[in-house]
Write a protein that binds this ligand. Sequence first.
Ligand code: MRU
Length: 371
Amino acid sequence: MKVDGKPTRSIWLEPDGWSVGIVDQTLLPHRFATARLTSLEDAANAISAMQVRGAPLIGAAAAYGICLALRADASDEGLERASATLIRTRPTAINLKWALDQVTAAVRNQPRAARVEAAYRRAAEICEEDVAINQAIGRHGLALIEAIAAKKPGGRVNLLTHCNAGWLATVDVGTATAPIYLAHDRGLPVHVWVDETRPRNQGASLTAWELGHHGVPHTVIPDNTGGHLMQHAMVDMAIVGTDRVAANGDVCNKIGTYLKALAAKDNDVPFYVALPSPTIDFSIKDGIAEIPIEERDSDEVACITGRTVDGRIETVRVVPDGSPAKNYGFDVTPARLVTGLITERGVIVPNATALAHAFPERAAPAKAHSG
Ligand code: MRU
């Protein structure tokens, strides 16, 4: 996507050919700045501190984290240490494990001297694959938006999204935003309700920033507003991203997604989830019972960061001293509340049969493993 007219991705290889550039997302929306990762520790910190975040981007950053680690130590032990360090950074997005497995498989049987190059090659492929997948998701999701637009000629199509599943959460284009950008670019009158997404405000800070930079009409709403909008026919379709989809179609995404899906069901609003296939975890049969839910620092709930009128970035406390706060990062929306999964291979119904049928090469090893 473009930032002030300049094509920009969320992660890239620097011109030196080895260090890794990222957009530092902790500074948005008030400042657009990049950072340079030069070591395994840099990559791990960037993921834990959420300078990079969003399931596909976490995977891409981890892949480059292995590359940086192997430059310092290309031994088997070095590879294992790097993987063990990176897997601990964020527990919920399965793209992290997927990417680590991919790069590890690409280098494991290589002689030490060839490992660094092989790792960079696979990391770059992962990035390119992510972009192609998101473009395909965009095309499949566009058809859904077009169908809604056809039913209300001249009227605007109101979409609702939660958190940030945009280009900042992927290498480029985004998952949930891919159909939105395509629809907007084709002249469809789309408008996006952007959930602010407390506690870290990825919607208010990142999705709104992205949509604004691309000229997509949008309105930021407090997280609790979606139900009211749906009751008053002000949402035509909800579309969100995901950090992990279980084999049965249960969808794990940013905390609060489940409540939006409940409200959507009660109001007959279609609720779609956009996902790249690396986000499917066929080893998990029941999303609610088995997907690990990240719990983050309670200060993210107790405090809020923003820009003061004189331009300073400050963090202030909004919870009384002494009141405990709890910070679950994600929740699981049961498959029965999801209208469809928008994947790179088309829109599929959220159940075990359809998922395994759409991605047999991913489903088969898990089946074989579970015996
Ligand atoms: O905690 P975050 O900001 O990493 O959470 C991101 C989300 O929940 C996204 O919706 C999800 O990763 C999908 S990104 C295409």
